[in-house]
Design a protein around this ligand. Sequence first.
Ligand SMILES: *Cc1c(COP(=O)(O)O)cnc(C)c1O
Length: 365
Amino acid sequence: MTATAVRTSRQWRGVIREYADRLDVSDATPVVTLGEGGTPLIEAPALSARTGARVFVKFEGMNPTGSFKDRGMTMAISKAVEHGAKAVICASTGNTSASAAAYATHAGITAAVLVPEGKIALGKLSQAIAHDAQLLQVQGNFDDCLELARGLAEQYPVHLVNSVNNDRIEGQKTAAFEVVEVLEDAPDFHFIPVGNAGNYTAYHRGYREELDRGATTRLPRMFGFQAAGSAPIVVGHVVRDPETLASAIRIGNPASWRLALEAHADSDGYFGAIDDAGILAAHRVLSAEVGIFVEPASAISVAGLLERADAGEIPAGSTCVLTVTGHGLKDPQWALKGPGGEEATPTSVPVDPAAVAETLGLTTT
Ligand SMILES: *Cc1c(COP(=O)(O)O)cnc(C)c1O
């Protein structure tokens, strides 16, 4: 090593160890971690140019199982093990099952996961199976799965790790701490997808704690977005048969509805709905103009920003943070559709430099 090679980096230790002083953990808590958190906050010039705001993307697809669920799951599984649990159960639209399966396996306990039959993305199903969960496909939707999981956890010795479990929300609030560390204050606006509204609640809690301890000068306005066919909070009542291609937010009766309304009121927030075409258009902007690949539900943060900016609701120069919740490789099929919905098939070429150059529009120099 040369004298100038000053090494300052160190390995990120996962959210419990990084934020032990701000979570309900003690020396008695076994830390079950896969190194979650510490995800990049990426500046997005293409979105800044479109909106006149200063836009950053918090890329939660960079977590160990590819979604923000890992932040809450490290807490939920660690606390479950601390309390002697040998098995956990959850309902899931996919990512919770992938995360619960990975963390339970890591801890050497069993995960039972209930998913709506035929309704979860292939990548997520593969993860739950790969991590050896007891996976059951329920003949119902997510809301039915959650009701089942809650009932089973009440009557049998299994620990519920859905976001109705406060440990999940606590772990997830650490994402707000990370944003504040990078920006050295809270943003003006925070955009986020809303399904069960646990993450909306968690970010608000994290930002609220930062303000209360004097680390920031403001509380960001929490802007949450639901898919138009699945927007109970926006329409103000339970949606019986929620529909959207964004399977991670296909939820008709959000578990954290009441908490989210409190967060909304405290932060002068906003709830809006975006239709599936708007979600896919934003998905394309994010992947083709910013270089970040997410699953469809995550793209609703981008769609929400563009919609609110178009409506003139985002003052020029505002700092906006967008949480994109899950990785694009979990549910990649949507990328294969062009902007007009046409199937994008790669052009076939012979093994011939001249032909390839011509196809690429290259001319010799
Ligand atoms: C779970 C999930 C959501 C929704 O989060 P809630 O806390 O249920 O509102 C959004 N996007 C992805 C990718 C998810 O996995």
